[in-house]
Write a protein that binds this ligand. Sequence first.
Ligand code: URA
Length: 210
Amino acid sequence: MMQHLTVVDHPLVQHKLSIMRQKDVSTAGFRRLLREISLLLAYEVTRELELTSMRIETPMCEMDAPTLEGKKLALISILRAGNGLLDGILELIPGARVGFVGLYRDPETLKPVEYYCKVPRELDARMTIVVDPMLATGNSSVAAIDMLKERGAVNMRFLCLLAAPEGVERMREAHPDVPIFTAALDERLDDHGYIVPGLGDAGDRMFGTK
Ligand code: URA
């Protein structure tokens, strides 16, 4: 059984994350580091992809060589910050199918409401990786995974850059079958739902909208 939470503690990931956290990093620098880290995180999150073999011919001889089995995997970005993780992952897995989920928070109920959902067909036959850099309260991640399960996804992973204990717990309660991969588990959330020590608003930092 896979662990529910995996912190990717590779030294390159940790080093790059420490640079990204710093408040004076430029938008371009933040984006570049996010792309590099997401490539390294993608390597870990896809470790359990199934292999089969195919007959190939090297210049020396024929052999049975390992190759990925089954349908292309699905990457699902939770808008808008999830898009920042996509580039690096797609560099590593260019054939992946990509979907988008958009949610906003209802100002009265404070619950996430769907405003956009376009996902690849046959999710039931694909490893489905949901990406959002910040797992804070967990409300949007839980809602996005609910939507994807309604559309057939069964073999899912959640990939983020930073997680708060509150978000991990919320995910564990709602979706214990969805393992979480993150570069760091931070201390807590502040009163506005920001991760501390965190890195601020990931969307603003990657798109320069502050
Ligand atoms: N979203 C962010 O962008 N940052 C946080 O700290 C929490 C949620």
